[in-house]
Each structure stands twice: as C-alpha cells, then as structure tokens.
Design a protein around this ligand. Structure first.
Ligand code: NAD
Ligand code: MG
Length: 396
C-alpha cells in the first residue's frame, strides 16, 4: 500500500487499555496506518512515550498545565507534535479533515462530545466508548446516518454480532429472519461469591477480572454486570433490535463473544481467545482482515464451554438496564450517570459494592417520567442532573 493511501487515525483515550491495544495493532501494520492524533487525560509520561513512537501531528491532554509540560518535553526530543488541551480540542481532532478513522476509547460520558464530533464529520468511527451511545442513542445514530459516517463496534460482543450478521444487514431484524441476539458475559469475579459477602468486597477484588484486563471503571461494571446492561442498550441502538430480542447468557470461559439466532434454528457465533486486539483489528481493516496478534484458537485445549442464565438477585444492575431501555427517554442517561458516580464512589471506598445498584435504582425512580433529550446540550443537562442526584444519595 502506498503512503498516500494510509489511514490517518485519531485515537481518543490512547493511554487507556483500548488505546494501548489499538496502538499495538497499528504498529503491526505500518504500511496501512499512521497516527494523526493521540489524546490522554492525565497520563503525560504515557502519552509522551506514545508520541515518540508514533509521531502524531497532534496530541491532546486534559489541562493547560499538562499541555505545557508535554509540549516542552516533545520539543526537547525534537518532535513537532502540536499539543492542545480540553474538550474542544478533543472534538477538533475527532472531526479534523486530516483524519479518516477515529477510535473512540475515552471512558464514560467525557467521551460523548468527541465521539459525536467524529460522527458529525462523517468519519469511520470505531466505538469502544459504549457510554456515549447509551447516553445519546438516536441522536448518535442519526448523526452517523445524516453525515455518511461508518459506525463499527469495538465492544467484543457487538463486534461479534456485527461479524455474525448478514453483510447487508440494516438495523431491521425482521427482514433478515433474525430471532434474537445473545450477548455473552463472563459473570465477572463474583459469579459464585456468597451473596451475603457482596457488600464487603474491595475495589481491588472487583477490578481483578477473571478473563479481561481492562480499565478500572469497566472492570467494576463487569463485576456488577452493569457493563452487560450498558451493552444491551448499546446493542439496541447499533442493531435496531428491540430489548425483547436481546438476551444475555453467562459464559465464564469468554470464548464465544456473542451470537445471532435465526428463525430456522441456526445460531451463528464468533469465537476467539479474549483479547481486544481482535475486534480492534477487525474494525480497523473492515471489510478486509488483518493479523491482530491474537493466538489462533485451540478448542481442544479450551476443552469446556459453559453457559448459565444471569441471576438478577446477584446482578440487579442488569435488570435496571433493561428497565431503563424499556422506559426510554432520558432513563438510559440517568442509568449511566448514576452508575458512573456510584462506581467512582465505590473505587474511592465511599460506597459498598452492593449499594451501587441501589443508588442507580433510586436515581432511576426519581428520573421517571422525564422527557427525552434530542440534542447534545440536553443530553448533558440530564446527565448532570442525574449525577447530582446520585451524589446527594451517596453523600447526604
Ligand atoms: P481506561 O480507563 O483504561 O482508559 C480511558 C482513557 O480515557 C484514558 O486514555 C484516559 O486518559 C481517557 N480519559 C479518561 N477520562 C477522560 C476525560 N475526562 N477526558 C478525556 N480523556 C479521558 O478505559 P478502557 O478500559 O480503555 O475503556 C475505554 C472505553 O472502552 C470505555 O468506554 C469502556 O467501556 C470501553 N471498552 C473497553 C474494553 C476493554 O477491554 N478495556 C472493552 C470494551 C469496551
Ligand atoms: Mg464488552
């Protein structure tokens, strides 16, 4: 491939778990990809090393002070990368004419505005930041369609579903003989823990995921299964699937990443060892295939694949997510915002693990009947309102 044909990539959240895996895949294919921009919130040493290696045109960090530190360190090393800071700069690099592909891998609601900016600019959007889609739903999907953007799911389950659906699939399950989709879940570290002990688990225990190495927030979400709940809502928007046709099954080995059931009884599943470089490589090269660095699957070595239904007593967050999706309107925004606050409070040891779902449920109760949010500003207003409500419940 000639230099001119290389994809110019912006990696939003490049110092995170997904960001690092993305750069790993990019580094394997220098003939295909170059990095246009990298962004990090606070890990300046991390993004400095990444800038030395990938030589982006632009780097974005959280604050003016951090930008100054990074800019002078880059100058000292003779690198020409321009350093910007703040949310406007994130939106700028996401929508820049010089980039064609944007990996949206900032965690939580902070990633919404830049992900939406990429969609509005008609980019190929690789969406890891599920919270952005949960919050903005139809707004995001409309931005993709109205601006000719391409939306490719990075979440391993949705990437699996995307791989299993017919290539012409267009968000209408009834036209393709699709009965349901099933998202798999590992069940997290507390799948078999005595229910009475759940409230005394520590952040260290919660973030120690049995199958995936991920950021702290999503690791806690996996332990409560709010992650799967957010993914149910994400699947609804990505694939135009009603909640009644989205199932969840616990599969502790994390080999089957999700599956599609058709009317004739066929079930098409996607399998691999659990490693995010696979969905990232798939989306980067789509519709082609490239190597990802993931070892070939040896099913004889894996041996056993198990499945069980999730227990809502152990995982009330999953039930709450289905309820928020069915209630519609701003309820998914409230669900996500309350969860972000409750998880942060748990990580800072201000809230017991079992109280995460209680906070989310109470915020949902208090948000019921509120209207819809049809633009970014009102999404962020409702997000903020739910955050304040959650804080007032945690710190009365
Ligand atoms: P992480 O915590 O490891 O990294 C988060 C990144 O976002 C970092 O680069 C950080 O600098 C940046 N960031 C955080 N707060 C920010 C802010 N306020 N402004 C700007 N940048 C900010 O998280 P992760 O595990 O890489 O997850 C990223 C996203 O991908 C999440 O939405 C997560 O749900 C999703 N995801 C992750 C995985 C996984 O395996 N890690 C799998 C599926 C989906
Ligand atoms: Mg996932």
């Amino acid at each position: 491939m000639k230099n001119a044909a290389k994809q110019q990539i912006t990696v939003l959240g490049s110092t995170g778990s997904i960001g690092v895996s993305t750069l790993d895949v990019i580094a394997r294919h220098p003939e295909r990809y170059t990095v246009y921009a990298l962004t990090a919130n606070s890990r300046i040493d991390g993004i400095l090393l990444q800038c030395e290696r990938f030589k982006p045109e632009v780097a974005v960090v959280g604050t003016a002070e951090a930008a100054q530190v990074l800019q002078s360190a880059l100058r000292q090393k003779g690198l020409a990368t321009e350093v910007l800071y703040g949310e406007d700069a994130l939106c700028q690099v996401a929508g820049a004419p010089r980039t064609d592909t944007v990996m949206a891998a900032i965690v939580g609601s902070a990633g919404l505005a830049p992900a939406l900016a990429a969609a509005n600019a008609g980019k190929k959007v690789l969406l890891a930041n599920k919270e952005a889609l949960v919050m903005s739903g139809q707004l995001f999907i409309d931005a993709v369609h109205q601006n000719g953007a391409t939306l490719l799911p990075i979440d391993s389950e949705h990437n699996a579903i995307f791989q299993c659906l017919p290539p012409t699939y267009m968000r209408s399950p009834e036209h393709y003989g699709i009965e349901k989709i099933t998202l798999t879940a590992s069940g997290g570290p507390f799948l078999t823990l005595d229910l009475n002990l759940l409230d005394s688990v520590t952040p260290e225990q919660a973030i120690k995921h049995p199958k995936w190495v991920m950021g702290r927030k999503i690791s806690v979400d996996s332990a409560t299964m709010m992650n799967k709940g957010l993914e149910v809502i994400e699947a609804h928007w990505l694939f135009g699937m009603p909640s009644g046709q989205i199932d969840v099954v616990i599969h502790p080995q994390s080999i089957i990443h999700s599956m599609v059931s058709f009317l004739d009884g066929s079930v098409v599943a996607q399998m691999s060892y659990p490693d995010m470089r696979l969905p990232i490589a798939y989306a980067l090269a789509y519709p082609e295939r490239i190597s990802s660095g993931v070892a070939p699957l040896d099913l004889a070595k894996v041996g056993l694949l198990q499945f069980e239904s999730p227990d809502y007593r152990r995982f009330p967050c999953l039930r709450l997510a289905y309820e928020a999706l069915d209630a519609g309107g701003i309820m998914p925004i409230a669900l996500n915002a309350a969860n972000e606050i409750a998880v942060a409070a748990f990580l800072e040891q201000h809230l017991g693990f079992a109280r995460i779902s209680e906070v989310v449920e109470r915020v949902l109760d208090k948000s019921a009947g509120k209207s819809t949010a049809t633009d970014l500003e009102s999404v962020l207003q409702h997000d903020n309102r739910a955050r304040e409500l959650a804080k007032s419940l945690i710190f009365p």
